[in-house]
Design a protein around this ligand. Structure first.
Ligand code: SF4
Ligand code: SF4
Length: 127
């Protein structure tokens, strides 16, 4: 499961991800990170079985936590140009038998590369 963590310098003054990982004996994979001196937004991936417990521990340390859906979404604006195929590191996009783009959402790791290259703005990462 993916968790989006938001914090500011008032609420977090400690290495919270390391603390939660150690205290909950959890593997925490950082997927996205926007970190500034006084504010941060980080998306982490944790096993579904421990997600609730890990989320509660982050909250205890003053971090705002939201669960994210993992999948990329393709809208009807898509014209099947194929630009997204070449940039996706995990092979989410393929051409189907009718030559149209098929999306295998479960492979998505939310890197955002495809969103940036789509000329029709047909892709979005659900928040
Ligand atoms: S880059 Fe955009 S328009 Fe092109 S195939 Fe991918 S989703 Fe469709
Ligand atoms: S966000 Fe990254 S992993 Fe997900 S579909 Fe786009 S390029 Fe692939």
């Amino acid at each position: 499961m993916l968790l989006k963590l938001k914090y500011d310098s008032r609420s977090v003054r400690a290495p919270v991800i390391s603390k939660v990982a150690i205290e909950e004996n959890a593997l925490i994979n950082i997927i996205e990170a926007k970190v500034e001196p006084r504010y941060g937004e980080i998306v982490v991936e944790v096993d579904d079985e421990i997600a609730e417990r890990v989320a509660e521990k982050f909250k205890k340390y003053g971090v705002e936590v939201r669960k994210l859906t993992k999948s990329i979404e393709k809208t009807e604006k898509c014209v099947d140009c194929g630009a997204c195929i070449s940039v996706c590191p995990t092979g989410v996009f393929e051409r189907g038998e009718d030559d149209r783009i098929v999306v295998n959402e479960v492979k998505c790791i939310r890197c955002g590369f495809c969103v940036g290259v789509c000329p029709l703005k047909a892709l979005r990462l659900p928040e």
